[in-house]
Design a protein around this ligand. Structure first.
Ligand SMILES: Cc1cc2nc3c(=O)[nH]c(=O)nc-3n(C[C@H](O)[C@H](O)[C@H](O)COP(=O)(O)OP(=O)(O)OC[C@H]3O[C@@H](n4cnc5c(N)ncnc54)[C@H](O)[C@@H]3O)c2cc1C
Length: 399
């Protein structure tokens, strides 16, 4: 293998792990990671629930099924090795009515196929695990679900990347493609191979290289409410039964790494990509494009987009969000959840031919560039084995 210059775009968990893996596999190559912000992890990677998922939601043929179980174990081990806290609090999936019991069975079936530990528990057993849990007839218990602090994980990943010899350049944005590399906000950069892990902007960058023509990223905002000191303490995460037509898991109660509790995240269709608060990062052209796409999805209601939008929008109200969480556990009161935490935005891919939300990770590339599209949840959990797989794919293409 010849030494060549690799440029990785995006300093979230995916870009950082890919850059690390490139350097480990091609130690004679120069590997540069570009992050447009002043620090790595200021977008989805640092603004998520920090849940290390177990891997039972996903159909066996998916990338998500393939990487979540091992990703959970490897990221837990990485945290222990780097002395980062892990709260091995597990998780209950609770049913709200008899209609949801079939989905519990389906999740149990998927867990078996994916080799993931998951138990069906009675109401009494669920209450022994978490006395406040509410469930109808039965629930599922996942012992391997855990929580971490995502900002600590990103910081450690960035240190690991630098330690193995990746040049991490923050405050430098990709601007466009050139014959011999790329144009950045800090000038031209020679690049033998470009890897795009730019999260919310990955589709735009992919198009410069002739990829992602049939896809667009649609931002979905995730809002969180943080419990005050008076909020009840929980022993385990509590999730609802998900709507399997959408890639989202529903508003849940998360036990944070330090034992606090949050309600969220919502999955509200957003109007521009990095609109975390007020008019922050507003871009008119981007908004018009997104509104057009959301309008089409709303009218077609493919895979339940309209139902989702109508269900999610009221959750901007604190009382509505708290009342959704109150269906999962007793003792949830709006007055204990007054503070909104930092919102996160999912870079959700839409298939423009079928007008559907893409559920699995999507990878495209050739002998010059590689593009990670739709690195949505649980890509944080999957980051370590997923990056290794990306490198297997790249190595095949540049043999
Ligand atoms: C609300 C929410 C909750 C979630 N909860 C969980 C969870 O509990 N567990 C889990 O496993 N996953 C969860 N996820 C998913 C997880 O956060 C993401 O899958 C993961 O962080 C994706 O990482 P990334 O590196 O692809 O993207 P990002 O973290 O978004 O990184 C992309 C980076 O690219 C940079 N970039 C963009 N354009 C350019 C450019 N032109 N030049 C240079 N840099 C650029 C951005 O600044 C950004 O830092 C959640 C996501 C959200 C939004």
């Amino acid at each position: 293998m010849h030494a060549r210059d690799f440029v990785v775009i995006g300093g979230g968990v995916i870009g950082l792990r890919i850059a690390t893996e490139v350097k480990l596999r091609f130690p004679d190559s120069d590997v540069t990671l570009l992050e447009k912000e002043e620090r790595c992890g200021l977008h989805a990677s640092g603004r998520n629930s920090g849940v290390l998922h177990a891997g039972f939601y996903y159909t066996a043929d998916s990338f998500k099924a393939r990487f979540t179980r091992d990703g959970n174990r490897r990221l837990s081990d990485y945290c222990v090795e780097h002395e980062l806290p892990v709260n091995r609090c597990g998780k209950l999936v609770v049913a709200r009515s008899a209609d949801e019991l079939d989905v519990l069975d389906e999740l149990l079936h998927r867990a078996r196929l994916n080799g993931v530990e998951l138990e069906s528990v009675s109401v009494e057993e669920a209450r022994r695990i978490e006395p406040r849990a509410r469930t109808h007839v039965r629930a599922l218990y996942s012992p391997t679900t855990a929580t971490v602090d995502p900002t600590q994980v990103v910081a450690a990943f960035a240190q690991t990347a630098c330690r193995v010899g990746v040049e991490v350049r923050t405050g430098v944005a990709y601007r466009g493609r050139r014959d011999d590399g790329i144009e950045t906000t800090a000038g031209a950069l020679r690049a033998g191979y470009v890897i795009n892990a730019a999260g919310l902007y990955a589709d735009r960058i992919a198009r410069d290289f002739g990829f992602a023509s049939a896809y667009r990223i649609l931002p979905f905002k995730g809002l969180y409410l943080h419990g005050s000191d008076e909020a009840p303490a929980f022993r385990t995460n509590i999730y609802p039964v998900p709507d399997l037509r959408t890639p989202f898991l529903g508003v849940h109660l998360t036990v944070t790494v330090d034992g606090g509790v949050t309600i969220g995240p919502t999955a509200v269709p957003a109007f521009w990509r990095e609109g975390y608060r007020g008019l922050e990062n507003f871009r008119l052209a981007e908004t018009l494009e997104i509104l057009r796409l959301e309008g089409i999805l709303f009218l077609l209601n493919r895979a339940g987009f309209r139902d989702l939008a109508l269900r999610e929008l009221p959750k901007y109200l604190r009382s509505v969000l708290a009342s959704r969480a109150a269906r999962l556990a007793v003792g949830i009161e709006t007055r204990h959840f007054k503070r909104w935490g930092p919102a996160g935005i999912r870079a959700q891919l839409v298939d423009l031919e079928r007008y559907e939300l893409v559920t699995d990770f999507k990878l495209e590339g050739d002998e010059e560039s590689f593009h990670v599209l739709n690195a949505v949840s649980p890509a944080f959990t999957c980051a370590i084995p997923f990056a290794e797989y990306v490198l297997d794919e790249i190595s095949e293409r540049i043999k």
